[in-house]
Design a protein around this ligand. Structure first.
Ligand code: ZN
Ligand code: ZN
Length: 310
């Protein structure tokens, strides 16, 4: 199913090549959407808040940010957190769900297509993300694929708002409504989803292959100038592996971290607090409610990973 969804959204996003579906509003929505849904939903919430508890905020605000993350079609908060914590526990070793040492394509997006039943089960999710699954809100997102319906709902809303504006506008018509609605859908939802996917996946792939290292971590994590910039901070991945709970991923002055700047702005508004400073964690998993018990082989077969890593 994953391969059908990922392929379908990529194909749908190709419609941006159509002149008929072009609108500057769509372009702006795609760019702003990468920040709103990707930076706030994935970086700030799924990654730094839910996976690493790098700061605190009111529960209603956490849930609001999580809904933005769900609109990025990167599975549920619980499944994202479990996968990500397994990645940190076994980075570039057997058990890492998406090491690019198997192959660059596998680390980038191949792993999304292959269901690993030894990982995708209630017991493993409970081991890695018990704190998330204990929250009834996140549990509800799992049931009846509600998370997928949330994604579909926001896509329909983008279309309907565009359709309404195009239809009821000064020179409105039914055709103008359909055209503008589809424009917002294709640019503001499908293209934005594809962009955020590849930004997140690039942190996993490029972030473990190309770039420089500030810290001698036991994995192959790298700081990538390109990914650091386009991901709004999550591409300073070697820094993050070295100090996983720190709210800031950019540790040097030349490593801009828009996600962290956003968190500092939210702190000024009183919406977030207790940002974990760099260099203060006792251990990477300190205070994380994660109880991994056994190493689960990567897919494809772990021998491949061992050979390439060696
Ligand atoms: Zn992380
Ligand atoms: Zn990593």
């Amino acid at each position: 199913m994953a391969i059908a969804v990922v392929t379908g959204v990529h194909v749908a996003a190709l419609a941006v090549l159509s002149q008929w579906l072009f609108s500057w509003t769509g372009v702006v929505l795609a760019a702003v959407g990468v920040y709103v849904f990707g930076t706030l939903g994935i970086n700030a919430c799924f990654h730094r808040l839910l996976s690493h508890r790098s700061y605190k905020c009111p529960l209603w605000f956490e849930h609001l940010l999580a809904v933005l993350g769900v609109c990025c079609l990167q599975k549920t908060p619980g499944q994202f957190v479990a996968t990500h914590r397994a990645h940190h526990q076994y980075s570039d070793e057997d058990g890492d769900p998406h090491s690019p040492l198997i192959s660059f394509f596998w680390g980038h997006m191949g792993w999304v297509f292959v269901e690993n039943p030894q990982f995708s089960n209630a017991a493993t999710y409970d081991n890695y993300a018990r704190d998330i699954f204990r929250d009834p809100f996140y549990l509800r997102l799992e049931r009846n694929v509600l998370w997928l319906w949330l994604y579909v709902t926001q896509a329909v809303l983008f279309y309907l708002v565009g359709f309404g504006i195009g239809w009821l506008g000064p020179e409105g018509s039914l055709t103008a409504g359909v055209q503008f609605g589809l424009s917002l859908l294709v640019w503001g939802v499908f293209l934005r989803t594809v962009l955020v996917w590849h930004i997140t996946w690039s942190v996993n792939s490029i972030g473990h292959v190309w770039g420089y290292r500030n810290y001698e971590t036991r994995d192959q994590s790298r700081n990538s100038l390109l990914i650091g910039l386009i991901s709004n901070g999550d591409g300073w991945h070697n820094n993050h592996h070295a100090d996983q709970r720190a709210a800031a991923h950019g540790h040097k002055w030349w490593e801009p971290d828009v996600t962290y700047l956003t968190l500092m702005g939210l702190q000024l508004c009183g919406l977030v607090w207790d940002l974990v400073p760099v260099g203060t964690s006792q251990s990477p998993h300190e205070n994380l409610p994660m109880k991994p018990t056994k190493q689960i082989p990567s897919r494809p077969p772990s021998e491949t990973l061992r050979k390439k890593a060696g």
